[in-house]
Design a protein around this ligand. Structure first.
Ligand code: HEC
Ligand code: HEC
Ligand code: HEC
Ligand code: HEC
Ligand code: HEC
Ligand code: HEC
Ligand code: HEC
Length: 257
């Protein structure tokens, strides 16, 4: 019988880092300000943005209330867009409304942990203004974890596919890990590891691929029935010469090229 010597990290596919981030934000926020404007509530947006107001109640953000007297009974639009009165008085002047599609500051009021992730050394260039939260999150719709205008099927990989074709195209030999979504290996906001990996060493892979030491063998460590002892001393599992075609391969079932 095989002896399991080490499965480092969590067994299964839940990544503690991301898991711990999915708690509801708890920050106490200061309402956004636009000089000369006050809060008016969602109904006031209805006249001109009926489509968004109608769609919005299914969004997780519709459950977020302001502890603000002017907002009692109303939820949400202005929690991201700021107080709307002056925008409305001016017939919709864009100067008097906040657009978090160009500046994520209003998202960070509540999602402080996410702001922290985008400040890690490896990150998508959102804070730099080259990308926006809405390229991966639909701010108004029911499925916030899909990109604005993205497809519902395989929603997460699909939103990455907009920009990362090489990793998301179909492969003859697919790596089944991809079915769990890109985030089993990457933190999409940011990470201390290169390529935004959730782990920097073989632990990334050993969560799913058990190391096995057969009885009687002196020191051989099998992964997928192949003795990996010499390989594991050489570097990570995706070092040159090893499983570099980690997202899938058209020629090699062992994902080496
Ligand atoms: C009287 C009509 C009217 C009402 C009411 C109104 N808007 Fe607008 N809104 C507009 C128009 C027109 C534009 C397009 C402005 C432009 O492109 O210059 C606009 C644009 C916007 C934009 C995009 C700004 C940008 O940077 O492009 C946002 C966000 C917005 N409105 C939010 C709201 C919110 C939130 C409310 C309710 C508090 C609201 N609007 C109420 C007419 C209105
Ligand atoms: C979670 C934050 C958030 C909430 C809450 C929110 N929005 Fe938005 N809204 C955004 C972001 C982000 C964009 C930028 C979208 C883009 O760039 O494609 C946006 C864009 C807009 C725009 C202009 C672009 C467009 O899609 O037409 C309008 C108008 C608008 N929102 C109205 C509203 C109204 C009305 C509500 C309430 C029913 C609302 N928003 C609630 C985040 C939010
Ligand atoms: C007023 C505070 C507030 C603001 C502003 C805000 N959020 Fe949220 N957001 C929340 C809360 C609270 C939840 C959890 C809602 C729930 O699950 O019921 C949430 C949930 C989310 C989720 C889904 C998390 C999940 O696990 O389903 C995403 C993604 C998200 N917000 C992105 C954004 C983006 C992008 C912006 C800016 C455009 C933004 N938020 C602005 C408070 C806020
Ligand atoms: C490159 C794509 C991408 C960008 C850009 C992005 N997100 Fe996300 N975000 C994701 C994915 C994918 C998940 C789901 C992670 C999971 O399933 O474990 C997520 C999860 C979240 C969550 C819920 C879990 C958590 O980490 O708290 C929040 C809140 C959130 N994002 C907010 C934001 C905000 C705010 C921005 C912009 C400042 C943003 N995201 C930009 C891809 C992105
Ligand atoms: C709107 C375009 C866009 C989307 C959507 C997007 N990315 Fe990116 N991605 C980028 C850009 C831009 C970079 C930075 C490239 C650079 O700095 O050279 C990047 C970098 C990366 C890197 C690191 C590459 C490196 O060379 O360091 C990884 C990994 C990555 N993205 C994964 C994802 C995942 C996973 C998703 C979906 C959750 C996603 N991306 C969605 C644009 C995007
Ligand atoms: C099984 C783990 C795993 C999964 C799942 C995964 N990746 Fe990766 N990805 C990696 C590793 C490992 C690297 C680093 C390769 C390297 O350093 O050369 C990487 C690198 C990348 C890069 C940088 C490529 C480059 O040439 O620098 C991008 C972009 C990327 N992944 C996007 C994605 C996207 C998009 C998805 C989902 C469709 C995804 N990854 C799913 C493990 C994974
Ligand atoms: C989310 C779980 C998961 C992660 C993480 C993961 N894999 Fe996989 N991998 C699988 C599954 C499932 C298969 C297909 C079934 C099997 O053979 O175990 C597979 C197959 C493979 C194969 C094809 C050979 C074979 O045994 O079928 C290689 C090579 C491989 N993975 C390498 C890696 C490497 C290297 C990493 C780390 C960068 C990694 N995997 C991370 C789940 C994962």
């Amino acid at each position: 019988m095989a002896i399991l010597i080490a499965v480092l990290g969590t067994a299964g596919v839940v990544i503690p880092l991301l898991n711990s981030c999915s708690t509801t934000p708890t920050a106490v926020m200061v309402p956004l300000e636009i000089p000369g404007a006050h809060y008016v509530g969602n109904k006031a947006c209805m006249d001109c943005h009926a489509g968004i107001v109608r769609e919005f109640p299914v969004s997780p953000h519709a459950r977020v209330h302001f502890e603000n007297a002017a907002m009692v009974g109303e939820t949400g639009c202005e929690s991201c867009h700021g107080p709307g009165s002056k925008h409305i008085e001016t017939g919709g002047n864009a100067k008097f409304i906040i657009n978090p599609g160009t500046d994520p500051a209003s998202c960070f009021q509540c999602h402080l942990d996410v702001q922290g992730e985008f400040n890690l050394p490896q990150h998508h260039p959102v804070i730099e203004g080259h990308m926006s939260c809405v390229q991966c999150h639909d701010p108004h719709g029911g499925d916030i974890l899909k990109s604005k205008g993205g497809l519902a099927m395989a929603r997460q990989n699909e939103s990455c596919a907009q920009c990362h074709r090489d990793q998301t195209r179909p492969f003859v030999f697919e790596h089944e890990a991809m079915r769990e979504g890109c985030t089993v290996c990457h933190n999409p906001h940011g990470s201390i590891n290169r390529k935004m990996l959730v782990e920097s060493d073989p632990n990334l892979c050993l969560r799913c691929h058990a190391q096995v030491q057969p009885p009687g063998s002196s020191g051989a460590i099998l992964i997928g029935n192949v003795d990996h002892t010499p390989f594991l001393q050489a570097g990570t599992c995706w070092t040159a010469g090893c499983h570099t075609a980690i997202h899938g391969s058209n020629v090699d079932p062992l994902l080496r090229y």
